[in-house]
Design a protein. Structure first.
Length: 276
DNA sequence: ACGGATGTTCGCGC
DNA sequence: CGCGCGAACATCCG
């Protein structure tokens, strides 16, 4: 479920793994992940390159290498980047299940793009900034980099009568929010997910903006904490969600049973007492 | 045992 | 043009 916080975390991890490294080898299977490009370009153009920067825009990862080469990476629903280092005993690097492409670096590590459902995307961009691609230009303000501005959000929401939940998932309105954090933010703001987006007052939009900031910040902090807990204690993930994934349980605020609705084809949890 | 739900984006049809 | 729906695919759950 990679939404903004998970993709931001992936960007930071890739920076640490790739920073200052040179790519020795690149391999890719012919899958639909390369839609709009080809796996042979991936294998041919990446070796010898050094990473210049990793950026994130909404849910997209933008990698820039020397020599004017870029790589756009979208994780879809189930994509992730994982690192494999050679075993000190055998010198072999285990290949993770569902790895569809990988880069071997000059420190002998391999970075695998793993994606069981193949909903993600990898696209090489030659001779131009990845950030100038139409899919990136079409994104609205990034919820973390640009912040969530009440006036801007109110203007974007006022352009349509769609349910506010659907509008929040529209990446041209605000980039980075997905089903989980939209659900959480609406609960935080006390707004019913079916409310026509243009019916929100400035005051309600302000609460929503605050809700989005709060749930994204909390998720990001939670991931850092979890990583520390995992590394030092070997502890796994915990459920960080207040509403999402708790349908049928009592609302943590008012105690009423949390309900769900399908809005825009997506399951949406909400509290019938707290969200109006 | 199998139908239904799952995160995201895109394209089609109304 | 805006909106809604289904497709892309694998896995998990009841």
């Amino acid at each position: 479920m990679p939404e903004l916080p998970e993709v931001e975390h992936a960007a930071r991890t890739l920076r640490a793994w790739l920073g200052g490294r040179t790519i020795r080898r690149a391999r890719a299977a012919d899958t639909r992940i390369f839609r709009g490009g080809s796996p042979s370009d991936f294998e041919r153009l990446l070796p010898g390159r050094r990473l210049e920067r990793v950026d994130r825009r909404g849910k997209y990862l933008l990698l820039t290498f020397d020599g004017d080469l870029g790589l756009l990476s979208h994780l879809g629903m189930t994509g992730k980047w994982v690192r494999r280092s050679p075993s000190p005993l055998t010198g072999r690097r285990p290949v993770p299940l569902h790895s569809h492409a990988h880069l071997v670096l000059d420190d002998k590590s391999a970075l695998h793009y793993v994606d069981p459902r193949l909903f993600g995307q990898l696209l090489l961009v030659r001779g131009g900034a990845v950030a100038e691609l139409p899919v990136i230009r079409a994104l609205g303000p990034d919820a973390l980099l640009d912040g969530v501005d009440t006036t801007t959000l109110h203007a974007a929401l006022s352009r349509s009568a769609r349910p506010v939940k659907v509008a929040l998932l529209d990446q041209s309105v605000l980039a980075g929010v997905g089903n989980i954090y939209a659900t959480e933010a609406l609960f935080h703001a006390g707004l019913h997910p079916t409310r026509p987006s243009r019916s929100l007052t400035l005051e309600e939009t302000s609460r929503l903006a605050e809700g989005i900031r709060a749930v994204l910040d909390r998720a990001l902090a939670g991931m850092v904490e979890e990583e520390i807990a995992y590394l030092s204690l070997g502890r796994g993930a915990v459920n960080r969600f207040v509403i999402y994934d708790r349908i049928g349980s009592p609302c943590p605020r008012c105690g009423r049973t949390l309900e769900s609705l399908v809005i825009g084809g997506r399951t949406s949890a909400f509290c019938p007492g707290c969200q109006r």
